[in-house]
Unconditional design. Structure first.
Length: 369
């Protein structure tokens, strides 16, 4: 049968965990704790006292600071920064830059055609005016998909199934989500459903220790659907708020993985006819148009309800977010802008576009928060 992986509750280990945490905020006193007999929150009388551990505050970086190195920012930003002449040649260069930044053919074509039509009507006095119009069009493209994830309290536990190929940051995203939900006052349990890789189970256990969250796991090679089913049974018996389940991440082109995901949905349906309540697909922001193919495959196999675009900081092209919005219209719940728990942020289209393409490219001192 399944086992719970639990943290060591002595004070020395608690101190080490707090120092190892990558969060810029301490876990609140009423955050979820586990003990030797239960994963339910302890009352104030039952919670043992622990030494106060000083937390070094790390200033949260802005969207613009995180996205400054993106291909989108460097290529399209530099195009307008040199104050080009407003003509068809500018639109041709812009089209090439958008495609090179992974905005995709469909979205790029729609953007360029709108700008070309408006330029023909002499709506722009110069390239700066065209830039403002482009920013407006980009924001308008993203606004419909900027839908934060909201936990339905009537569905308890609220089951979140995490899917995605290996290497996209899926397990790390689970750990960061657990921290977010804890800070919001929710009780959380994790299911180590990626039984194909032993390292994935261990990684999830590490995040469980950091967040003081129980992890339901079985041995390597166990049936993923069985692990997640057991976790749901436990979460229901303990009356926990949220279950986040990891899944295997073998290549999305392998039919076996897609069959496994479909089986998980069927098995969960035996306990809760509408579970999972959210299926989050994690997409690596550096993979470009391959992310579109992954989204198409996973949506067909499991019915994706939301996206998390990870690894957008650094040298990611960034434009794939626009391609996903245009192609699928799926809600983008979160984006990953760095390594810390605070760098998993709710998607903000205005801040995102402003970071990629500042309105005043000659003055980069104003930053998007």
């Amino acid at each position: 049968m399944f086992k719970f992986w639990k943290k060591n509750e002595n004070a020395e280990r608690a101190t080490e965990n707090a120092q190892a945490s990558d969060s810029t905020r301490p876990i609140e006193a009423d955050a979820i704790a586990t003990n030797s007999s239960s994963v339910a929150p302890q009352s104030a009388e039952e919670t043992p006292s622990a030494p106060v551990v000083p937390v070094i505050a790390i200033e949260r970086k802005t969207w613009r600071e995180r996205l400054a190195g993106s291909v989108f920012n460097r290529s399209i930003g530099s195009l307008f920064a040199r104050r080009p002449k407003l003509d068809d040649a500018l639109l041709d260069e812009l089209e090439t830059a958008l495609l090179g930044a992974d905005v995709g053919v469909s979205a790029t074509t729609a953007l360029i055609e709108d700008l070309r039509r408006r330029m023909g009507k002499r709506e722009f006095v110069d390239a700066d005016a065209l830039l403002l119009a482009l920013r407006s069009d980009l924001i308008a493209l993203l606004q419909p998909v900027a839908q934060p994830l909201r936990v339905d309290a009537s569905k308890r536990p609220f089951v979140i199934l995490m899917v995605g190929v290996n290497g996209v940051g899926k397990t790390t995203t689970i750990g960061k989500l657990a921290r977010r939900f804890q800070n919001a006052g929710h009780s959380v349990v994790l299911a180590a459903g990626d039984t194909f890789r032993a390292a994935a189970v261990e990684q999830l256990k590490t995040w469980g220790e950091r967040n003081d969250v129980a992890v339901v796991a079985q041995g390597s090679g166990a049936d993923s659907a069985s692990v997640i089913f057991d976790a749901l049974q436990s979460a229901r018996s303990k009356q926990l708020d949220i279950l986040i389940a990891d899944t295997a991440g073998r290549l999305h082109t392998q039919a076996g993985l897609m069959d496994e995901l479909a089986k998980i949905r069927r098995v969960l349906g035996k306990l809760d006819a509408v579970a999972p309540h959210e299926v989050l697909l994690v997409i690596d922001g550096t993979t470009g148009q391959n992310a579109v193919n992954q989204t198409r495959q996973f949506r067909a196999a499991i019915g994706v309800t939301g996206l998390v675009v990870s690894k957008l900081d650094g040298s990611a092209k960034g434009g794939v977010v626009f391609a996903l919005a245009k192609e699928f219209g799926l809600p983008i719940r979160f984006v990953g802008l760095g390594e810390t728990a605070d760098d998993l942020r709710e998607f903000d289209p205005v801040a995102f576009v402003d970071a990629l393409l500042p309105a005043n490219l000659g003055n980069r001192e104003t930053v998007a928060t």
